[in-house]
Ligand binder design. Structure first.
Ligand SMILES: C[S@@+](CC[C@H](N)C(=O)[O-])C[C@H]1O[C@@H](n2cnc3c(N)ncnc32)[C@H](O)[C@@H]1O
Length: 217
């Protein structure tokens, strides 16, 4: 049986120090090629105006932008510390990304202004995912695509501790566990999606996580 979800607090990832440690972790994932970009592209994410929700240090969106060369790339991120790091990283990539500080539940972005919305590893931190799903619908143009990926809580004991002990730097390990405990199962996300404006989307689970993909009609 899967343990009940334990909601994450806002502490940790929002601070300057944790953002630096997360940057080191995310850079390591990027260097191993574990960024989920191939899956995003095969789900239909293409060029145009792209929005990423919760980019953190930015590597996932920047790797995507490197491959698909979008017209514009915007990140909506709640943590100013993460935005500072993402801006520095975008400069190193030579990509003109724009990061705005905001909450995915109420984004400071105009209606129908994006062709694609992506998000990786952030959904488990959203206070109310349904509000973010509705916001994704609001900012997408008709025919726009979305791809939201995150970990899932029901990966089982073995994978949980295999990943825990291989995660570097070591300081990120407690945060990994609390994120995993705050993440959703496929069934939970399906229920939330059904009560949102993204109800036509598809929820899938894979070895490590889940994805929500679809198109705004
Ligand atoms: C675990 S990190 C993942 C970062 C990045 N997407 C990645 O895959 O490496 C989650 C990020 O989502 C951000 N975040 C959490 N809740 C958010 C919200 N409601 N709106 C916007 N960003 C949020 C956090 O500040 C953090 O930078």
């Amino acid at each position: 049986m899967t343990a009940a979800r334990i909601v994450e607090t806002n502490e940790g990832i929002q601070s300057e120090v944790t953002a630096e440690i997360f940057d080191e972790f995310a850079k390591g994932m990027r260097d191993k090629g574990w960024n989920g970009v191939t899956e995003m592209i095969s789900s239909g994410i293409h060029g145009g105006d792209i929005l990423e929700i919760g980019p953190g240090p930015g590597y996932v969106g920047l790797e995507l932008a490197k491959q698909i060369n979008p017209r514009t790339f915007t990140g909506c991120e709640i943590s100013p510390a993460m935005i500072r790091i993402a801006e520095k990283n975008a400069k190193e990539y030579g990509i003109a990304a724009r990061y705005v500080q905001g909450n995915g539940m109420n984004m400071p972005l105009p209606d129908v202004s994006f062709d694609c919305v992506i998000s990786n590893g952030s959904m488990h931190e959203w206070e109310n995912p349904v509000e973010v799903f509705d916001e994704i619908y609001r900012v997408l143009r008709p025919g726009g695509r979305y791809c939201i990926t995150d970990m899932r809580r029901d990966i089982g004991f073995l994978k949980r501790y295999m990943i825990y002990f291989s995660t570097k730097p070591k300081e990120i390990r407690p945060g990994f566990l609390s994120s995993l405990n705050a993440s959703y199962t496929q069934e939970e996300i399906q229920k939330l999606l059904d009560s949102s404006r993204l109800r036509d989307g598809t929820v899938k689970k894979d070895f490590m996580g889940l994805s929500i993909t679809g198109e705004k009609n």
